[in-house]
Write a protein that binds this ligand. Structure first.
Ligand code: HAM
Length: 468
């Protein structure tokens, strides 16, 4: 019997790999513009970190963690999210003492939750996110929301809904919890066993309950907005005013409480419905946390961050056909040795062209030229380099443009210059819609600029290659 993948996991390969890389690269590039730097925390952490950090009242900790004892009887957990691990990383490495605050980090990688798999919901999935730690100014909240919004817009997701709410400060939440406890105590007999536990551990979590009968009861529960202290209200108003002045659209949703216990003040989620009507749930979410760093043994400093679900973002981009065509056309050259005797020269040529900054693959089989062209076509190669015994005798290769079918003989000593000229001449991917100054829709341009009219990096490959 063959072995299949674990339920709730999925393989990423072929064109989907190009899509994941594209999404992650756009996210990384924009994070760098916002002065966040990359961190790579481990996947494995002590279970205690999530129990204390994420909260033992949360569904993630109570039901969804992949927890096991290792051979030394330590209870370890495959991270169900990044934020607690980032807090641990900051505290353990004393970064609040060593670095200027706020500490601004981004991360990307797999997380694990034992959930019921369905559309957009996996047991192993990838998150891309940021944390900004060490500054209590609510401008940091807006900066982080603006970063997330910029990423989504850069990916072409125009119709994003940002749902936002405040959970207030500790005093607001304590008052609210008392009110919730009082309210739910009257209904708890009719509610699910999970809610009975939630009432003791953290009544806020009852608001996340997915059982339809319980949701009916939740509709009449007290609202957070009625229990906010004046300073919590002011902070929230400041955040909303700033978002407005930056033309970042939002909807206040006073039922939004988030499923993780570390949040305080601002919380938010990013929603997007694909034009096909598929609803993947939130494509990202985050918020402000006051006590998490202290909870894991660090100083009393706050943080704010968000995480995107990379699979969900790839799915909505695919549904709405928003992936640029050129992300799939990876291969620049396919080298075709004609006969076994040409293979050594072919390897040398392939490597020389690679060193010039182009992607090159080579046919390793002794097959006919027609078969090699079919392989080049399957790989979407732009050019073929053909090398036979005649060419080797004359120190030449044949260079063939696989789109126009034009071909020319090139001296091996001139090959690198000829290739650079060919690519400079144009492999522009912006076609008639081009607004960039460097080619202006006209692919024969010869200027050296590498940006468009708005200062964005030019979308044609020429200059990237030239810079290498
Ligand atoms: P979260 O809402 O639990 O927040 O997850 C963030 C995002 O991960 C969700 O909005 C969703 O896109 C994606 N996601 C969650 N569960 C699944 C799943 N089973 N399958 C596929 N995608 C999923 C956090 O994890 C917080 N750490 C976010 C944060 C960062 N808050 C502050 N900083």
């Amino acid at each position: 019997m063959s072995i299949i993948g674990v339920k709730g996991t999925h393989d990423v390969f072929g064109s989907e790999s190009c899509e994941f890389s594209f999404v992650e690269n756009v996210m990384k590039r924009i994070c760098e513009f916002f002065a966040f730097s990359e961190v790579r925390p481990p996947v494995l952490e002590h279970s205690e970190l999530f129990i204390r950090g994420v909260g033992e009242g949360s569904d993630v900790v109570r039901k969804e963690m992949y927890t096991f004892d290792d051979k030394g009887n330590r209870s370890l957990t495959l991270r169900p999210e990044f934020t607690a691990g980032i807090a641990r990383l900051i505290v353990q490495n004393k970064l609040t003492n060593l670095q200027e605050l706020p500490i601004k980090m981004y991360y990307c990688g797999p997380v694990f939750r034992y959930e019921r798999p369905q559309l957009g919901r996996y047991r192993q999935f990838n998150q891309f996110g940021v944390e900004c730690v060490g500054h209590s100014n609510p401008v940091a909240d807006v900066d982080v929301i603006s970063l997330a919004y910029t990423i989504l817009q850069s990916l072409g997701l125009e119709n994003v809904t940002i749902k936002i709410n405040t959970l207030g400060d500790e005093e607001s939440r304590n008052n609210y919890k008392v009110a919730l406890k009082e309210f739910f105590a009257k209904h708890i007999d009719k509610m699910c066993p999970d809610c009975k536990q939630r009432l003791e551990l953290n009544p806020l979590r009852i608001l996340d309950c997915k059982v339809p009968e319980d949701q009916e009861i939740v509709k009449d529960a007290p609202k957070m907005s009625d229990y906010l202290t004046e300073s919590a209200k002011e902070k929230f108003k400041f955040v909303l005013d700033l978002l407005e002045s930056m033309a970042i659209p939002y909807e206040v949703d006073d039922t939004l409480v988030r499923g993780l216990d570390y949040y305080s003040d601002t919380v938010f989620e990013f929603h997007y419905k694909s034009s096909k009507g598929n609803n993947y749930g939130a494509i990202g979410a985050g918020g402000h946390y006051d006590k998490l760093i202290k909870e894991v043994g660090g100083p009393d400093v706050p943080g704010v961050g968000f995480s995107f679900g990379v699979e969900r973002i790839v799915s909505v981009l695919k549904d709405d056909e928003l992936f640029p065509e050129d992300i799939y056309n990876g291969l620049d050259f396919y080298v075709m040795p004609m006969g076994v005797k040409s293979q050594a020269s072919a390897v040398a040529v392939a490597n020389a062209v690679r060193m010039n900054g182009y992607s090159v693959d080579m046919c390793l089989d002794d097959v006919k030229l027609g078969s090699m062209f079919k392989r080049a076509d399957k790989k979407h190669a732009k050019f073929a380099i053909i090398i036979g015994e005649n060419e080797i005798a004359n120190s030449k290769v044949v260079l063939k443009n696989l789109r126009t079918q034009e071909q020319l003989d090139v001296d091996i000593s001139n090959l690198r210059d000829t290739i650079d000229e060919l690519f400079h001449e144009c492999e522009c991917c912006c076609g008639d819609d081009c607004e960039c100054e460097c080619c202006d829709g006209d692919c024969d341009c010869d200027c050296d600029c590498d940006h468009d009219a708005d200062g964005h990096k030019c979308c044609c490959h020429n200059h990237d290659k030239k810079e290498n």
